[in-house]
Design a protein around this ligand. Sequence first.
Ligand code: G1P
Length: 324
Amino acid sequence: MKVVIPVAGVGTRLRPHTYSMPKPLLHVAGRPIVAHLLDPVVKLNPEEVIFVTGFRGPQIERYVRENFTFKAKFVRQDELLGLGYALNLAIANLDHGELLVVLGDTIVDCDLSKFVAAGDYVLGVRKVEDPRRFGIADIKDGRVTRLEEKPAEPTSDMAIIGLYYFRDLAQLKDALDTHIRSGKKTRGEIQFTDALQHMIQQGISFVPYEVDGWYDCGKRETLLSTNKHLVATIDQRPEKPGVVVVPPVYIHPDSIVESSVIGPNVSISAGSEVRRSIIRNSIIGANTTVENMVLTDSLVGHDANLLGTVQTVNVGDSSEISGE
Ligand code: G1P
């Protein structure tokens, strides 16, 4: 089986982090997003993983080649014309065979071997509160009957989560070709969802597969809640003298933490040093120094220096000093 992972986006909603680092390499629970995404993919023992890269693609390629042993191919997407366009580039040289598509910023709790065994064409879905932000799937009698990308008036609350399986990719290739040649765009882009809807109209039947957990990494708040979930699954209980750990947390063994209160929901990546600080609900990237800081709900990148101040005061009775 081949796996396609499109990761060409610029990650606008995660600026300033994505000015220097492509989104898939931002850390969550001590590792890059793409590492979490690849964990279940690796278990499938894929024949080849094809990454569609654009923005800061070489950084992604270097990370994957240094940390994974599967056969990897990197296809460059220069024009950000939409997911349908990206997928078309990825499979341009393939004619037949099994294909799994995993969108690049979504971490799922899902046994992918069960996912691919669910049918010939399988679509990952999950019930959501606001379907207008997603592609949605109408489902009837255990089959997907219609797909629509980010509709203003959704007819279903089942969102497309970004996991797609094709027992044979030939029909998909035809559908993408036809769709791209038609010139049709939705919301200004060549949508993958539109090509899949074309397949449904041609009589292809997709099995909907509801995943247990779906953890978005698209913006700061969702990255922090994904971190919260993942550190709880790691459930590491580090013991460090002089440090109060409030679980769940993940503190990389190659980091230094001293005289601090860490947690809950904190991850500290390799090479970082934290001293005299209180940190909760935050992500601290790699090789970063945090001293004399009180942080909450914070996203700190790699190689940063956060050095707070220690005050000396000589304050008399009935005085007030407030940081609010
Ligand atoms: C893409 C897909 C959409 C899907 C979503 C899941 O949209 O086009 O159908 O629901 O991923 O995250 P994007 O988030 O890239 O706008």
